[in-house]
Design a protein around this ligand. Structure first.
Ligand code: ARG
Length: 468
């Protein structure tokens, strides 16, 4: 049964071709104002740029463009003060703002949409929005890098067991750990910077899909809106959302990095590990167990990566197989985009203070460093450096580890005779290289946990991040 009412339901996007208004259910189903209102500032900025460009080419008079600009700024203020009545029957952010403009300026307002379509308008709005979103995330990434690098001094002498397969592997300096995350976040920044180049291209002026017969100046409007270039093909740029997918991927990769860190710290804060204490203001309690101090924020950071992965998946599926050019399906890009941004921004905002404020439980960590034969690989390389082939040394040290396991002791507790029985090269000096401190000190290669290398890297990062 139809629920249309031509008198009250006639969207301004509806031309004279329609003889009936929109069915109320369609109105509800197709509206995007409930979520795309978030683009209001960019929509207004884009419209002002467009109007001024139209004046520059003589399509509008300077006075008309100035009236449009002043009125749009008035509308902007109303929106920002929460007084602007967004209407669902006006469908989207573009029509809501344009209708308010026309209500105030009459025919002058009716000229704004000259040489433009909502198809290039929405692409322009989202490109400007993503550009700002990238810059915001980048700042938050730097804040988190600062938290990691900021810890390096206080944790300079702390040695942590590092794992492969979740089994103790080799000892590393705590700052080596912190810089591992700093590097990951740096690649996240680089990805964003690269993505920004493709985002920051102006689609305005491509109109519906083919361009326009109005003598517009696309370079002019692109420059006014801070774009670095102008899209060269109207069909391409009005139909694609690859820049949104790309940004969503960058966000997902950040969320993945955060989830690895968060997962590690959830484990590290268990009684079983007891490596770290997360500040209590970043933990929550249990409603039944009075003793609980749970690392919920880290758990949620780990969990929220799922949303960003889901959003990326939605976007990829959304654009799959869409024919050129604009299709209404593309409206579905906003919610996953906004959600991924909000999610990652919120995670980064919390990760930075958590990282900065946590305390390593150095005593517990130290008390267990001699478990897990963290120095076995160093001992093997000690043999290799004296001419034993790697495979032979690997086997011999394995046998020594088996012997120590049998005796429930450390490698350095074995007798000299035990070492010599495996490899006659080994003499008293074997005891000078065993133990985690000595194992860490023995590293040499670039990028390793060698104290000298780590110090160099910390210095480099401090300089890059302007830290003392
Ligand atoms: N809300 C639309 C979107 O997000 C705006 C563009 C609408 N264009 C159209 N021809 N209906 O994609």
């Amino acid at each position: 049964m139809s629920q249309s009412n031509p008198a009250s339901r006639s969207s301004p996007a509806q031309s004279g071709v329609f003889s009936t208004g929109t069915d109320a259910r369609v109105e509800k189903f197709t509206e995007s104002i409930s979520f795309d209102r978030r683009l209001y500032a960019h929509d207004i900025q884009g419209s002002i740029g467009h109007a001024q460009m139209l004046a520059d080419v003589g399509v509008l008079t300077a006075d008309e463009a100035n009236q449009i600009e002043a009125t749009l700024n008035e509308i902007l203020k109303e929106i920002e003060s929460g007084q602007f009545p967004f209407r669902e029957d006006l469908e989207d952010v573009h029509m809501n703002i344009e209708k308010a403009l026309v209500d105030r300026l009459g025919d002058i307002g009716r000229k704004l949409h000259t040489g433009r379509s909502r198809n290039d308008q929405i692409a322009t709005d989202t490109r400007m929005w993503v550009r700002d979103a990238i810059d915001h995330i980048d700042t938050l990434l730097v804040d988190l890098q600062k938290s990691f690098v900021g810890r390096c001094k206080q944790d300079a002498d702390t040695i942590l067991p590092a794992y492969t397969h979740m089994q103790r592997a080799q000892p590393v300096l705590a700052p080596h750990y912190w810089l591992a995350y700093t590097e990951k976040l740096e690649r996240d920044r680089q990805r964003l910077a690269d993505c920004r180049k493709r985002v920051n291209i102006c689609s305005l002026g491509t109109a519906a899909l083919a361009g326009t017969t109005i003598p517009i100046d696309r370079e002019n409007v692109a420059k006014r809106l801070g774009f670095e270039g102008v899209a060269a093909n109207s069909l391409d740029v009005s139909s694609d959302r690859d820049y949104i997918v790309e940004f969503a991927f960058c966000l997902t990769m950040i969320a993945e990095h955060l989830s690895t860190w968060a997962d590690e710290w959830v484990l590290w804060s268990t009684v079983e590990y007891d490596f770290i204490q997360i500040e209590q203001q970043f933990c929550t309690g249990s409603s039944i167990m009075p003793q609980k101090i749970n690392p919920d924020v880290c758990e949620l950071i780990r969990g929220k990566s799922a949303r960003t992965i889901g959003n990326l998946q939605s976007l990829l599926v959304l654009i799959k197989g869409l024919p050129l050019a604009y299709n209404r399906d593309l409206q579905e890009d906003k919610e996953p985009l906004f959600d991924s941004f909000d999610t990652v921004a919120a995670c980064l905002e919390l990760a930075a203070p958590i990282v900065a404020g946590a305390t390593l439980n150095v005593e517990t960590i130290n008390s267990r460093l001699d478990r897990g034969f963290l120095d076995a690989t160093t001992l093997m390389e000690f043999l290799i450096k004296q001419g034993t082939p790697q495979r032979t040394a690997h086997h011999q040290i394995g046998s020594l580890v088996a012997l120590a396991m049998k005796r429930k002791c450390r490698l350095c507790d074995l007798e000299l005779a035990d070492f010599q029985a495996e490899n006659s090269i080994l003499s008293e000096n074997v005891y000078e290289i065993l133990g985690v401190d000595k194992a860490v000190a023995a590293f040499q290669s670039y990028g390793s946990t060698s104290p000298l290398e780590v110090e160099k890297q910390v210095t480099r990062w401090k300089k890059q991040l302007n830290l003392n």
